[in-house]
Design a protein around this ligand. Structure first.
Ligand SMILES: *[C@@H]1O[C@H](CO)[C@@H](O)[C@H](O)[C@H]1NC(C)=O
Ligand SMILES: *[C@@H]1O[C@H](CO)[C@@H](O)[C@H](O)[C@H]1NC(C)=O
Length: 338
């Protein structure tokens, strides 16, 4: 069965070609979108719309549900209005479907399914999963794009999707279950949290854990930071780059700094979905976990860096306070839970 989704292209036709919609350049298109009920239109109304088939607003039909549209980056932090990627859903309803590209500002006749190009990049015998989960741009070279594959390969294109190179995923793990974080200052550095292949066999085994991997060459090679830790970390949960804070402990934060929440030992970790857990701890490493961490907050489970502060969530049954001293865990809420 072919699943179809209409996307309406805001085709910006200015004199002499297409132009950027930044500023107020797209008033005419905004009017057309409003008339079609798309912008601040009839909220709450489920009446089917008849979309315009000519003029400034044109429908596009792709064969898969669209999960996300990503405009390519242009030079110096600008947005390219020429190349637009569509990340789609698989026919099973999960992300990681075929990748589509418009090489002409989203116009209806400009969309191509890139699956054949991705298939051509995969080594023989590895061509089963060609779907793409996510696309991220190289900050210094916007034509260079990293695509998170669904299977055991990621892809890099250095020409806005004209050609692809297949790169084995960190540790040969499934791309589907990976989370990526780009470094705020080093455009070639990406952190990936990956799920070990052991989880495919038994999700409850102590060997089923999450590792952090680092690439410093935009996906060509990956280092396993759990291995770096030489037994001090058994599994990772939350993670981010430390240099979201300019200063750490009174000094400029090094590029290598990582904030994370971790299980220190395989015997304490609770598999893939631990819930709130007093055995998870927040840690700061300044050297990619090669030496013992420089800070540890007991029971730190999840965190966000907001407004130059780290907000850390700790479960209420934590037996020690942030200072490491014993505390009375409050008994409240549902019987048998804290
Ligand atoms: C997939 O590619 C890898 C090398 O990247 C190779 O080691 C492996 O044998 C290939 N798998 C199959 C089924 O051919
Ligand atoms: C990463 O390293 C750890 C520790 O050596 C190891 O147990 C784990 O299997 C490695 N992960 C992957 C995906 O290879």
């Amino acid at each position: 069965m072919r699943v179809q989704l209409l996307v309406l292209a805001l085709v910006c036709l200015a004199a002499g070609g297409h132009a950027s919609c930044q500023g107020n350049a797209c008033q005419e298109q905004a009017q057309a979108a409003r008339a079609a009920g798309l912008l601040g239109g009839t909220l709450g109304s489920c009446a089917p719309k008849t979309y315009p088939t000519s003029g400034a607003l044109s429908p596009i039909t792709l064969d898969n549900h669209i999960n996300d549209l990503k405009w390519a980056a242009g030079p110096d932090g600008s947005v390219s209005d020429k190349y637009i990627f569509a990340l789609t859903m698989e026919t099973d309803g999960f992300p990681g479907g075929p990748l589509y590209l418009s090489d002409n500002g989203g116009q209806p006749n400009s969309w191509t399914d890139l699956t054949p190009k991705i298939a051509a990049a995969l080594p023989a015998g590895n061509d089963s999963l060609k779907g793409v989960m996510e696309a991220v741009w190289h900050e210094k070279k916007p034509d260079r794009i990293f695509f998170q594959g669904k299977g055991r390969f990621h892809f890099v294109s250095s020409d806005y999707g004209a050609t692809f190179k297949a790169l084995p995923t960190p540790g040969g793990t499934e791309g589907y279950a990976q989370e990526l974080r780009l470094h705020p200052r080093q455009p070639d550095w990406i952190l990936a949290k990956v799920r070990r292949n052991e989880c495919l066999v038994d999700r409850r085994s102590a060997a089923c854990a999450f590792d952090l991997f680092l690439t410093q060459d935009f996906g060509e090679s990956w280092a396993n930071l759990t291995a770096n830790s030489a037994g001090r970390v058994a599994s990772f949960r939350d993670f981010d780059w430390g240099c979201h804070l300019a200063m750490f402990a009174g000094k400029p934060t090094p590029d290598e700094a990582i904030f994370a929440t971790v299980y220190a030992s395989a015997s304490s970790q609770k598999g893939l979905y631990p819930g709130w857990d007093k055995d998870l701890h927040y840690v700061v490493s300044l050297d990619l976990f090669k030496t013992p961490v420089v800070k540890m907050v007991p029971c730190g489970n999840l965190f966000e860096v907001v407004a130059k502060k780290v907000y850390l969530a700790v479960p209420s049954d934590c037996p020690v306070g942030p200072d490491g001293k014993a505390r009375a865990a409050p008994k409240q809420g549902i019987t048998g839970r804290t």
